[in-house]
Design a binder for this molecule. Structure first.
Ligand code: FES
Ligand code: FES
Length: 160
């Protein structure tokens, strides 16, 4: 089937098998390997990307379901002028160790902050509750997202 998908602002037209998963379309067809592939069974959450404005596990979505839609991956997080505050937060607060869960965690964190700019620890833990991290114990992930929230709030104050 032919699909047209806008990924990180670029339109891609491709012929794909109907059974192809979005995670494999991104990684194998578009070579956007920042989206990781872990379990294929909707358990780990390392494959999270945005479909339109909503985080989804891209191993649960067929590539053909993204036809005519927008996808945002971790490669589309930074705007070119610098890291997204979420990325900077993970860097500053050691929010990653092996990094396998990190792209998915950051995509969920960005969505959370867009929808709740001042999330509590509980809000953050709930937002990433469908995603597994085998390394950090989540503590530094929570700190990283709080760092991003606080720095975005401070930036907005400066700009106001
Ligand atoms: S690869 Fe998608 S949830 Fe694990
Ligand atoms: S940093 Fe290793 S799985 Fe999260």
């Amino acid at each position: 089937m032919e699909i047209n998908v806008t990924v990180n602002g670029t339109v891609y037209q491709r012929e794909v098998e109907p059974r192809l998963l979005l995670v494999h379309f991104l990684r194998d067809e578009l070579r956007l390997t920042g989206t990781h592939w872990g379990c294929d069974t909707s358990n780990c959450g390392t494959c999270v990307v945005w479909l339109d404005e909503v985080p989804v596990k891209s191993c649960t979505v067929l590539a053909v379901m993204a036809d005519g839609h927008r996808v945002r991956t971790v490669e589309g997080l930074a705007d070119g002028a610098g890291l997204d505050p979420v990325q900077e937060g993970f860097r500053q607060c050691h929010g990653l160790q092996c990094g396998f869960c990190t792209p998915g965690m950051m995509m969920t964190a960005r969505w959370l902050l867009d929808n709740n700019p001042d999330p509590s620890e509980e809000d953050i833990r709930e937002a990433v509750s469908g995603q597994l991290c085998r390394c950090t114990g989540y503590e530094n992930i929570v700190r990283s997202v709080r760092w991003a929230a606080e720095h975005e709030a401070a930036q907005e104050e400066v700009q106001a």
